[in-house]
Design a binder for this molecule. Structure first.
Ligand code: ATP
Length: 260
């Protein structure tokens, strides 16, 4: 595994650089280079290069088994890997899951991981457990503005909510962690179009709060509409990369993912 010997120094140097404020390129938030991940004999990522810079919504798209969830789980410190994946300049294997969360990487998993017997308000407050009271109140207000359906259901148990409402709660709870990088793993899976719209409309206000977003999607149309840049994964490799405009003009994407 490749790790930086002086990972701590790197993050300070990057922040001290303040390249954005100085009028240069925005800072890199997450960077994978030649990232390889296997589950025993099954290779899930085969030398992936991904870069996400501050303020972007970057989407990984691809069919079942392409490696999207594996990428998210690796970036957030759950899986061992070869190659490199750095968060704010530091190798994630060296940082560890707990510190990654403390540093602002918040992962909203495909499973949503809600506390079913707790109500909306309690689930949100748990998401803010590392924050002080003022941040918790500010964030709750933001989440309720973002998703009025949650506001109307503050005292409803998570398990009794619809799939779409649970997804909003999962995103809301992730936002309570005051994220710098928000990882949304297939947030639209199985949701009705009207709920997709609610989630889509939340993305811009989230980015406006200074959050960078990694979004994985099987819904290619959703990604093309809402991401700034897209990587198409197939069988653990990035086979296309570009802006939505570039990918919409790509024959292979049109034929294989957009119905011709
Ligand atoms: P989906 O959209 O279906 O969630 P995905 O793009 O997120 O797919 P992954 O879940 O990352 O893809 O799976 C990538 C590959 O790794 C697949 O071949 C999958 O079978 C394999 N895989 C994932 N998790 C495990 C595991 N825990 N043990 C063994 N193989 C796994």
């Amino acid at each position: 595994m490749s790790t930086d010997a002086d990972g701590d120094a790197d993050i300070d140097a990057e922040r001290a650089g303040e390249t954005d404020a100085a009028g240069g390129e925005p800072d890199t938030v997450l960077e994978a280079e030649d990232l390889q991940v296997s589950y025993g004999k099954v290779t899930a990522l085969r030398g992936l290069d991904v870069t996400i810079t501050e303020g972007e919504i970057v989407s990984l798209i691809g069919p079942n088994g392409a490696g999207k969830t594996t990428f998210c789980n690796t970036a957030s410190g759950f899986l061992g890997y070869d190659g490199s994946v750095r968060y704010r300049g530091r190798e994630v294997a060296r940082v560890g899951q707990t510190e990654l969360v403390e540093e602002g990487m918040v992962h909203c998993t495909e499973e949503r991981d809600l506390f079913g017997y707790m109500d909306v308000e309690d689930n949100l407050e748990l998401g803010g457990y590392l924050q002080d009271e003022a941040v918790i109140e500010d964030r709750k207000e933001f989440v309720y503005e973002l998703f009025p359906r949650l506001d109307e259901r503050r005292e409803q148990n998570a398990r009794s909510m619809s799939g779409g409402e649970q997804q909003m709660l999962a995103i809301g709870r992730a936002l309570m962690g005051d994220p710098d990088l928000l990882i949304l793993d297939e947030p639209t899976l199985g949701l009705a179009p009207v709920i997709l719209q609610d989630i889509a409309e939340a993305l811009d206000p989230i980015v406006d709060r200074g959050v960078t977003v990694l979004l994985t999607e099987q819904n290619v149309t959703f990604a093309l509409e809402h991401a700034d840049r897209i990587y198409l994964l197939e069988n653990g490799e990035a086979v296309r990369e570009g802006t939505p405009e570039e990918l919409k003009g790509d024959d292979y994407i049109r034929e294989s993912y957009l119905g011709g």
